[in-house]
Design a protein around this ligand. Sequence first.
Ligand SMILES: Cc1ncc(COP(=O)(O)O)c(C=O)c1O
Ligand SMILES: N[C@@H](CCOP(=O)(O)O)C(=O)O
Length: 480
Amino acid sequence: MKYISTRGGMNAQAFSDILLGGLAPDGGLSIPEQYPQLSQADLESMATLNYRDLAFAVISRFVDDIPSDDLKALIDKTYTAEVYCNGRSKNQADHITPLIKLDASLYIQELSNGPTLAFKDMAMQLLGNLFEYVLDKKGEQINIVGATSGDTGSAAEYAMRGKRGVNVFMLSPFGKMSPFQRAQMFSLQDENIFNLSVHGFFDACQDIVKNINKDAEFKAQYKIGAVNSINWGRIVAQVVYYFKGYFATILATGKKVGDKVDYCVPSGNFGNICAGHIARQMGLPIGQLVVATNENDVLDEFFKTGGYHPRDVANTFETTSPSMDISKASNLERFVFDLIGRDSARLAALWTEVESGGGFDLSPAELALMQDSYGFKSSASNHSDRIAHIREVFEKYGVQIDPHTADGFKAAKAHRNLAVPMLIMETALPAKFEDTMLEALKQAPFRPKGLAGLEALPQRFDAIDADANLVKHYIVEHLA
Ligand SMILES: Cc1ncc(COP(=O)(O)O)c(C=O)c1O
Ligand SMILES: N[C@@H](CCOP(=O)(O)O)C(=O)O
């Protein structure tokens, strides 16, 4: 399996060569030359595998330059009941991403039982172990530069703290994360962790990360790596839980392998649902892929009209599902590459428009293809929807969901077909967003053991203006 760039300007590379980096040298994103294809027999053979074996069955199809035994050992070390425990018994926790039944055909897939209580841990824990392995083999070090709106940052820092040869420089939007998210990151005192609080939104942080990645000389000199979902390693690890969720859903609903399951995914940078698209391209019988957004609804507009027009700061909003306060969805580039028949010249032209502050419109035929053949639907939420749906799910089903998952619940209701099971991806635990949960339920959400008093711990971070040169300077100074 070799990897190319969506923009056509990268020679085919092996998995280990693209693993540590973010953007391809031409500014595009790495993507497999073709997706592995699974037959009905392959799917049937996967249906009863535990998470570790399933992860190996999926990920090994994308990796051919790490010996199988080593890859299996890295996966086995990652997906354990101890890491994805969240206070459960070993037996319960060993499912890693168990389902919560809401009704006969509506389920939530738990993805937030890892160390930082968000779905990012599903891929980031594996990435941490893969990084350490590949760096050891190559005898190299890495300085990760990442952007977060609240969850990638803590997941990356918890996965990379104490790892040999790794430093993390994490950019987050100043004053825009929840107090819990802020405390999770800023209370870390590890010497290899640097938190930079940027005056701007997540989009500004991500632009800086991309800008640094495009400076080939700086990138090579300072060994810059990426952990955002522009990194292919994040996406491939996320593909696994679409398979796990599928098999668990058909088992729970008495369906058979081959029957369709719909998925609804709270979306911002489009990394989570992009993994769903790839699972579908591999042959997983996914019906609809429903994109849920908050008030920052660029993606909702795209999937309804075919027009992708990222917004500027003045039109990006602070919301109560803050991790989705994103107006430029990096991974959309991977999906559009497939949608337009992998025409890299056209893709590069479309993203040249996007990067110069504009956007593009698909043709009516492409819009129909996206909605009908690729199964994409969408819906947007606002604060009052969020509060109402947190309340509804608690009152009807006795389940507390976080504000992002509540945006997903609204979208799932809007697009549900009662004949097809619908799986809502849980993207974080309510404990991370206590104020909104209190407003909705008049009670504080469950907080896993060991996290009491998190917000009162001493915090360490540096504030900085949204300027790539300042960030580069900061990196150079702190590495020295
Ligand atoms: C809690 C939560 N929900 C949803 C999202 C959106 O996921 P994605 O960016 O992969 O679309 C994020 C972060 O991006 C998140 O942290
Ligand atoms: N919501 C994310 C934003 C970054 O997304 P990523 O999946 O591309 O790393 C966050 O919480 O940081």
